[in-house]
Design a protein around this ligand. Structure first.
Ligand code: FAD
Ligand code: NAP
Length: 304
């Protein structure tokens, strides 16, 4: 029986596990992929205190390495369900079952699909959701980035280092992204903008993407333009399927907690991007993890 199982080893889950282990709890993380979560999908992190500039994969490893030393058991697996048995919980992966006094859900979010014809057909054949993973395949090409948030704008700046040009298409006439990122994109000669416009269709041949059909939402004008690659950054959806039967999510699947990261089920906590909240950052995820671990400790002490 573990004191705590943390599902997901992004910045929120790693911090929760670290703090809980420092309180001498018996802790395991279960992670389905590379530790660090979404941090692995960004080249440059410039807003994590202590580092003027650090790559996402490097920060991931710096966060993750201490877990082992602190005695955290790091398990590889995809968690499929969490069951509440009152004073203990059952966590199931595709091939194993674990018992634990408490659970912290730290499963983050996944990129949202654009949902237009051609997106699925040309996924991995010119359509990508990760500039750091795929950007190098598109050297010296004309690229399109869809979206107007932090991800779209920040990743456009990254892509502009290697592409011939980057066009950002946004459905409104102003960006959602942080001012500092906007300024950087506006100052970059390689980055162009198409405003008030949505993607209607992605077209290509048998091999790869060739062009994109746009619609101007104000004039309704339809145009078509050629691109070598398309990067889609239109927001995130929660990864909370493993707790969807527990009644702890809102209608969109984000997990509802109080300020102590407690869900409505005693002993089940949630942290980081998977939580219903307004500001999703590495710093806010890390803070959630620390707060949750402290409350897990209190729960374990009071229920032992
Ligand atoms: P995540 O980082 O999403 O980690 C969740 C982990 O859970 C993943 O490792 C996943 O594999 C695992 N998992 C999910 N489901 C399961 C399951 N069923 N079983 C086992 N494991 C599971 N924030 C900043 O502050 N600065 C930045 O510069 C920045 N750049 C970004 C760039 C991009 C392109 C994106 C998409 C986000 C960026 N962010 C940035 C936001 C930041 O990455 C997130 O806020 C943060 O990573 C959230 O941490 P998390 O631990 O809650 O979730
Ligand atoms: P986001 O903030 O939700 O932005 C999504 C963007 O896509 C918005 O501009 C939205 O338009 C647009 N959009 C949504 N659906 C669309 C559709 N169907 N068609 C066309 N456009 C659509 O998502 P994100 O940029 O991925 O950021 C997610 C979280 O990670 C945020 O909390 C962000 O702060 C964080 N993050 C931080 C950093 C950083 O700190 N450097 C970097 C990346 C991400 P509207 O603006 O009109 O809604």
């Amino acid at each position: 029986m573990y004191d705590l199982i943390v599902i997901g080893a992004g910045p929120a889950g790693i911090t929760a596990a670290l703090y809980a282990a420092r309180s001498n709890l018996k802790v395991a993380t279960i992670e389905q992929g590379a530790p660090g979560g979404q941090m692995n999908n960004t080249a440059d992190i410039e807003n994590y205190p202590g580092f003027e500039l650090i790559s996402g994969p490097e920060l991931s490893m710096k966060m993750y390495e201490p877990l082992d030393k602190m005695g955290v058991e790091n398990i590889y697996g995809i968690v499929t369900t969490v069951e509440d048995k009152g004073d203990y919980k059952i966590v199931k992966t595709d091939d194993k079952t674990y018992e634990t006094k408490t659970v912290i859900v730290a499963t983050g979010s996944k990129h949202r699909l654009l949902g237009v014809p051609g997106e699925d057909t040309f996924s991995s054949r010119g359509v990508s959701y990760c500039a750091i993973c795929d950007g190098a395949f598109f050297r010296d090409q004309d690229l399109l980035v869809v979206g107007g948030g932090d991800s779209a704008v920040e990743e456009s700046v990254f892509l502009a280092r290697l592409a011939k040009s980057v066009t950002i298409v946004h459905r409104r006439d102003e960006l959602r992204a942080q001012k500092v990122l906007q300024d950087r994109a506006f100052a970059n000669d390689k980055i162009k903008f198409i405003w008030d416009t949505v993607v209607k269709e992605i077209k290509g041949d048998d091999v790869k993407v060739k062009s994109v059909v746009f619609e101007n939402v104000k004039t309704k004008e339809i145009t078509e333009q050629e691109f070598g690659g398309i990067f889609i950054y239109v927001g995130l959806d929660p990864v909370s399927n493993m707790v969807s039967d527990l009644g702890i999510t809102n209608e969109d699947g984000w997990i509802i907690t109080d300020e102590n990261m407690k869900t409505s089920i005693p002993g089940i906590f949630a942290v980081g991007d998977v939580r219903q909240k307004t500001f999703r950052q590495i710093t806010t995820s890390v803070a959630d993890g620390a707060v949750a671990a402290q409350n897990v400790y209190q729960y374990v002490i009071e229920n032992s």
